[in-house]
Design a protein around this ligand. Structure first.
Ligand code: GAR
Length: 194
């Protein structure tokens, strides 16, 4: 059965673009019977949405500001996602905390990328915190999503050096380059075992 991948974004979508490009370049349709079925954002103005359209991917927005309760937003988001009967839901810079009901609904088929070497620095401002802690290396983690924020079984990690002159922006850029490499790779690994 065709494996549909739905990618959730909140911003620029550079990881999403790396995944969409990898799907084409890596012939995911032929090799895994998989395709990126949709890109969905909680922010209608997310730059990544136009980017996805330009890449020929179906897009949608579910604006979280239209919902008073987190549960209601997650329910609406699920309805949008489930139209595509996803085998895999990929969080790619999706900056919303998800309810346990949502996470459990996609148990085993929900993955995230987080810009730190988990379990170090869950949450926000990872690069600034790594610099403040005096870390000599930093990195990125792809993991399965569980109900605990930025936890769950690790699928892939990449390490970068922290250089003496780094600030949060230069470190983030170095980490992002690795994100674009390991996220598609981790998804290929996931698809290969399904
Ligand atoms: C990425 O660095 C991603 O790891 C991070 O947001 C950025 C999104 O960039 N995600 C998180 O911080 C999740 N807690 P992108 O929109 O260009 O892919």
């Amino acid at each position: 059965m065709q494996k549909n991948i739905v990618i959730l974004i909140s911003g620029g979508g550079s990881n999403m673009a790396a995944i969409v490009r990898a799907a084409t370049r890596g012939r995911w349709a032929e090799r895994f019977d998989a395709r990126v079925a949709a890109v969905i954002s909680n922010k209608p103005a997310a730059g990544g949405l136009q980017f996805a359209k330009d890449l020929g991917v179906v897009t949608a927005a579910v604006d979280h500001r239209g919902f008073a309760a987190r549960e209601d937003f997650d329910a609406a988001l699920s309805r949008e996602i489930d139209q595509h009967a996803p085998a895999l839901v990929v969080l790619a810079g999706f900056m919303r905390i998800l309810t346990p009901g949502f996470v459990n609904h996609y148990a085993g088929r929900l993955i995230n990328i987080h810009p730190s070497l988990l379990p170090a620095f869950p949450g926000l401002h990872t690069h600034r915190r790594a610099l403040e802690a005096g870390c000599k290396v930093a990195g990125v983690t792809v993991h399965q999503v569980t109900t605990e924020l930025d936890h769950g079984p690790i699928l892939a990690q990449a390490v970068v050096p922290v250089l003496p002159d780094d600030d949060a922006a230069t470190l983030a850029a170095r980490v992002l380059t690795q994100e674009h490499r390991i996220y598609p790779h981790a998804i290929e690994g996931w698809l290969a075992t399904r």
